[in-house]
Design a protein around this ligand. Structure first.
Ligand code: DAH
Length: 337
């Protein structure tokens, strides 16, 4: 009799649990089978009335029934609970969205983009060369012969006798002239390296933009006109400028361009060391020896070249006093631009 009842409860529970589709139904099942007055408890009550001989085996069957029902019940209940949570999450339109952090261009990239767009507007193309450069392109073909003292100005990291981390973007001039016949008019941005003590004013790695224009009858007046036009577009219409004689092995004559100090407008201050002037770039007319290295006819062609540091340019424009901030990735700095 009791054995039969056990079997019936087991079958009935099997059907009920199959049909349970939500947490309300699962609660009804708990009450029906597992509560204090539930079917399982009632069967245990009936154990009192069975004969001594049948008790052990029926008791065992009852325990098995209770364990099976509890196990199955718990697993179905937890499945229903977790799927109901998923549904809640999926459809809770009142939850705030997950904000995506959108980065921005690094100040050096922004500065370079601006420089590029000004020169593109004046008919310049953009070329790039490798950071690991031959000693030949970095020095030799730019008229720095081996053992020439001018090499001392630009110590770098030597990979071996023949290859260096380039000290400037000027070797890209050689690459461009080896590849194209005149006229060429290009700017050449990129990263460069120097073996220098790191300080607020110099770093072992930085960026430059090189410029080159070669054609018949290119004059120093065109060099000045182009660079002054660039400076006015980049730093501001009202600036004054001056060109000072200088020396670079690959230009003759060579000059450095200064503009009026952005901070004191020429009166003299700490930034311009009381001179009223800030040095912004080096430039000059391409030395005929360089044309010989790239097989350009130096009787027929003339050209000008210039080079400027991008960090330096950004520091001047935005009043930044320590070059190291460009490479520290401190968000307090980066977020300002
Ligand atoms: N390459 C030079 C440097 O790193 C900068 C420079 C000066 C580039 C004069 C030029 C130039 O093209 O004409 O110091």
């Amino acid at each position: 009799m009791l054995k039969e009842k056990i079997n019936n409860v087991s079958t009935e529970f099997g059907e009920d649990i199959l049909n349970a589709k939500n947490l309300k139904q699962i609660e009804d099942i708990r009450i029906k089978y597992l509560s204090r007055n539930g079917l399982v408890a009632k069967l245990f009550d009936e154990l009192k009335n069975v004969s001594k001989e049948d008790k052990p085996s029926l008791g065992k069957s009852l325990n098995t029934l209770r364990n099976e029902i509890t196990g199955k019940f718990n697993s179905v209940k937890s499945k229903l609970e977790s799927s109901s949570k998923e549904n809640d999450n999926k459809f809770d339109l009142s939850l705030p969205g997950t904000a995506k952090i959108i980065g921005s261009k690094h100040l050096l990239t922004q500065t370079l983009d601006e420089i590029k767009s000004i020169f593109k507007g004046m008919g310049f193309s953009v070329f790039e060369g490798p950071e690991l450069e031959s000693d030949y392109n970095n020095f030799e073909a730019l008229n720095f012969p081996a053992d020439h003292p001018a090499r001392d100005m630009q110590d770098t990291y030597f990979i071996n006798q023949d290859f260096v981390l380039r000290t400037h973007t000027s070797p890209v001039q050689i690459r461009v002239m080896n590849k194209y016949k005149p006229p060429v008019r290009a700017i050449m941005p990129g990263r460069v390296y120097r073996n220098e003590a790191v300080s607020s004013r110099s770093y072992c790695m930085f960026h430059q933009v090189e410029g080159l224009y070669v054609d018949t009858d290119v004059t120093f007046a065109e060099l000045k006109g182009t660079l002054v036009s660039f400076a006015r577009q980049f730093y501001g219409e009202d600036l004054n400028y001056r060109f000072r004689p200088s020396f670079f092995p690959f230009t003759e004559p060579s000059a450095e361009m200064d503009i009026t100090c952005y901070l004191c407008h020429g009166k003299g201050c700490k930034v311009c060391k009381q001179t009223g002037w800030l040095e912004v770039l080096g430039c000059g007319m391409v030395d005929p020896n360089v044309f010989d290295y790239v097989n350009y006819d130096s009787d027929k062609y003339t050209g000008y070249a210039f080079g400027m540091g991008i960090e330096r340019t950004a520091m001047l424009k935005y009043g930044i006093t320590d070059i190291r901030v460009f490479f520290e990735n401190d968000l307090r700095f980066l977020k300002q631009f």
